[in-house]
Design a binder for this molecule. Structure first.
Ligand code: HXC
Length: 259
């Protein structure tokens, strides 16, 4: 496995990968080197056709990612800042275009770029000490890693506006009430719960899981008619796979499918 300075990439049981942002001294703040490591790690996962699920978390017990690295950003020119934003946007978009489910395990602060990273994953599990927020306006800037666009899509425009213009943080339970987080667990259980969900996903047909992600990701930017047409295409294509015959035969033979 390739090693990176700012990111740990591990292959866990059952073709599950875990990407850990690994700068705990600065609460895993994202500088451009960390974004580059993250992008390279994602390509390792993308190149492994046996990969089934990716977990994303932060090193230590205090923070998932406390945002973009303010010490690196502080002296940027306008054009450098734009480039930095674009680097993160491209890297985060890769979590959405990766063909396997990506679960964020938010183990503490998910602020600014950290909240934006979590929102680029397919869904979020949080530890009970997690805190979510977009505090960019307190630093005199707007979000730059997609927060102004992904947050309203997830929690609705009004709640997103409240968070974006006030910089107020949500604790894990409020984030769950608002639809940002799927489940909240005690911190010591977060990884175990992530692995449990990954194992559940791994028991399903890998191609149908990949198609399902593609439908949800691509479909949300299409009108309903075209999105549903894409669904019937991919649904039909499932019938060209061994997976569909095994899944349905197993049901009729009253046994578990072996994908
Ligand atoms: C650089 C950071 C950092 C960050 C924390 N640190 N967040 N360094 N960038 N985003 C560093 C601190 O400077 C400190 O370093 C160490 O991590 C520990 O943090 P403390 O502040 O001492 O911890 P605590 O008092 O517990 O406070 C935790 C915190 C606070 C509430 C999370 O650190 C904080 O407010 N951080 C910034 C959060 C933020 O504004 N994020 C959004 C960034 S803008 P030392 O050396 O002193 O030990 C963004 C925009 C993206 O993400 C778009 C840009 C294009």
């Amino acid at each position: 496995m390739q090693t990176f300075d700012n990111v740990l990439l591990e292959q866990l049981e059952g073709n599950v990968y875990c990407l850990t942002v690994n700068r705990p001294k600065v609460l895993n703040a994202l500088n451009k080197e960390t974004l580059a490591d993250m992008a390279a790690a994602l390509e390792v996962v993308a190149a492994d056709s046996s990969a089934r699920v990716l977990l994303v978390t932060g090193a230590g017990e205090k923070s998932f990612v406390a945002g973009a690295d303010i010490s690196q950003m502080q002296a940027l020119t306008a054009l450098q800042a734009k480039k930095f934003g674009e680097q993160a946007l491209q890297t985060f978009r890769r979590f959405e275009t990766l063909d396997i489910p990506v679960i964020a395990l938010v183990n503490g602060f998910a602020l600014g770029g950290g909240c934006e990273l979590a929102m680029s994953c397919d869904f979020i599990f949080a530890s009970d000490n997690a805190k979510f927020g977009q505090p960019e306006v307190t630093l005199g800037v707007t979000p730059g890693f997609g927060g102004s666009q992904r947050l309203p899509r997830l929690v609705g425009r009004a709640m997103a506006m409240e968070m974006l213009v006030s910089g107020r943080m949500l604790d894990a339970n409020e984030a769950m009430q608002r639809g940002l987080v799927n489940h909240v667990y005690p911190q010591a259980e977060l990884m175990e719960q992530g692995l449990k969900m990954a194992a559940k996903i791994c028991r399903n047909g890998p191609v149908s899981v990949k198609f399902t992600k593609e439908l949800v990701q691509r479909g949300q930017d299409l009108d309903l008619e075209n999105a549903c047409a894409m669904e019937s295409d991919l649904f039909g294509l499932c019938f060209a796979t061994d997976e569909q015959s095994e899944g349905m035969t197993a049901f009729l033979e009253k046994r578990k499918a072996d994908f």
